[in-house]
Design a protein around this ligand. Structure first.
Ligand SMILES: C[S@@+](CC[C@H](N)C(=O)[O-])C[C@H]1O[C@@H](n2cnc3c(N)ncnc32)[C@H](O)[C@@H]1O
Length: 293
């Protein structure tokens, strides 16, 4: 009997272990609070500073754990879908989605950005690359990604492959749009995160667009991409959500994003004057030894 597809796509829960820990903190806090209140109600002990302090600790643990686990659920199920739509709309303002032949989602997980992009494309292919780490996203498998693409009726336009963001299995300058959502912070050691950025830049076509979102570190990516020559950099500072969550998480969770483009190199010499051609030729002669060092 053919398997019946679920009617709604499901992009999983990010960092499911962290969410479990937050839920556990909430339960411990609640037990602490209930225990203290029971002692008070049944007059097992007198009300004093120690009592008030331990009840407050219970209240704090419960509120923090419950808020964080609810927020993480909301963010995985609703918040990041909104972010995805905003980012993909911005890409459409820079270059038409109908112009894209190849779109790549690096660390695609269950296909949040990948499927969203495929739904906007009128031609070409959206490819998801991932190493499928379960602790980064619940139920993270190529099959789950393909299933979401089928449910959203873009299975024919989506392909998934196994590959590491630091060594993308793609040729230089071949991708129209490179996207990566909440991936780079997972790469260890931290020094390797820049390798992933360089790889995304390497495979991007001149005139292509790069979309990056992460739970922390986006300002660093902005400055690195600026050094690589990125243009039209649009930085999304995450507004109030990023500020509040930054404080609550001690700076480890500040969801922000950027969209930028790679400038078109002057490759078409038909419209250049002899003088321009000479200058470009000289520039290449000067640059080549430096690049190959
Ligand atoms: C938090 S999930 C985000 C998934 C998806 N982009 C989304 O927003 O729903 C992080 C993803 O990064 C992937 N990942 C982690 N390290 C990676 C690496 N070195 N290369 C490629 N993908 C990686 C994980 O397998 C996981 O799918």
């Amino acid at each position: 009997m053919p398997k019946i597809l679920k009617s709604k796509s499901d992009y999983g829960i990010d960092a499911p272990d962290v969410r479990r820990i937050m839920a556990l903190i909430a339960v411990i806090g609640l037990l602490f609070l209930v225990f203290n209140l029971a002692c008070f109600v049944y007059q097992v002990r007198d009300f004093d500073f120690l009592f008030a302090g331990s009840a407050l600790i219970g209240l704090f643990l419960f509120s923090y754990g419950a808020f964080m686990s609810l927020y993480m659920t909301w963010s995985s199920k609703i918040g990041k879908l909104n972010t995805r739509d905003t980012l993909l709309e911005t890409v459409g303002q820079i270059r038409s989605w109908s112009d894209n032949e190849l779109v790549v989602d690096v660390g695609c997980g269950r296909g949040l950005m990948l499927v969203g992009a495929a739904k906007r494309m009128s031609q070409g292919l959206a490819v998801g690359v991932d190493v499928w780490v379960e602790k980064d996203q619940s139920g993270n498998t190529p099959d789950a990604t393909r299933r979401n693409a089928e449910i959203e009726s873009v299975g024919h336009r989506v392909d998934v492959t196994t590959g590491d963001a630091r060594f993308l299995p793609l040729e230089d300058g071949t991708v129209d749009v490179v996207m990566s959502h909440w991936v780079i912070h997972n790469i260890e050691p931290e020094a390797d995160q820049v390798k992933a950025l360089n790889e995304m830049w390497r495979v991007l076509k001149p005139g292509g667009v790069l979309v990056l979102a992460d739970i922390a570190g986006v300002p660093k990516y902005v400055s690195h991409l600026g050094q690589l020559g990125a243009r039209d950099i649009r930085f999304y500072d995450g507004g109030l959500e990023a500020r509040v969550m930054g404080v609550l998480s001690g700076g480890t969770y500040v969801p922000q994003a950027l969209v930028c483009s790679r400038p078109v190199e002057i490759l078409d010499t038909r419209f250049q004057s002899t003088r321009e051609r000479d200058l470009i030729g000289q520039a290449r002669l000067i640059q080549e030894p430096i690049i190959s060092v």
